[in-house]
Design a protein around this ligand. Structure first.
Ligand code: FES
Ligand code: FES
Length: 157
């Protein structure tokens, strides 16, 4: 049965009518038109569906949309401002970190969570968070380099 649910996504509140059990990923794609978070495994294993929810990197492929009510949801579409890439996106671009790009969403979200919590994370900490995301193209080393570059830029995340 559908129900009205209020979600705050990238600073915009919207009331949707949906099955409260429907995973957030489908709502983001269908109701908000956001295609950054992607369906990969549907099993909380690959990380391609992740968003920030109150600053925490969270899966969306299985967690019901109603569980996100009252939380501040951020997707990668909310990062660039005034057509200027977010500093983390710029570092990923400069390092040409992605190959096919399917994992890019998960990489950005997890790196962002880390950089907002720690201004100067160690390489081990960077590896630990990026390890949560499966990259089928095997470009983890480029993503690590890109996050280190973002740290060195001393930007505000
Ligand atoms: S699609 Fe959600 S973790 Fe893989
Ligand atoms: S760049 Fe292709 S899956 Fe990571």
């Amino acid at each position: 049965m559908t129900k009205s649910i209020v979600l705050s996504v990238n600073g915009r509140e919207k009331t949707i009518f949906a099955d409260p059990e429907e995973p957030l990923l489908y709502i983001l794609r269908e109701e908000f038109g956001l295609n950054g978070p992607k369906f990969g495994c549907g099993l909380h294993q690959c990380g391609s569906c992740m968003v920030l929810s109150d600053g925490q990197a969270n899966y969306t492929c299985r967690i019901p949309c109603s569980a996100f009510e009252g939380k501040k949801i951020e997707t990668i579409e909310g990062l660039a401002q005034d057509e200027k890439l977010h500093p983390l996106q710029q570092s990923f671009f400069d390092e040409q970190a992605a190959q096919c790009g399917y994992c890019l969403n998960g990489m950005l979200i997890n790196a962002l969570e880390l950089l907002r919590k720690k201004t100067n994370p160690s390489e081990e900490e960077i590896r630990d968070v990026l390890h949560k995301v499966i990259c089928r193209c095997g470009t983890h080393s480029r993503f690590i380099k890109a996050v280190k570059k973002a740290v060195d830029s001393r930007s505000k995340f």
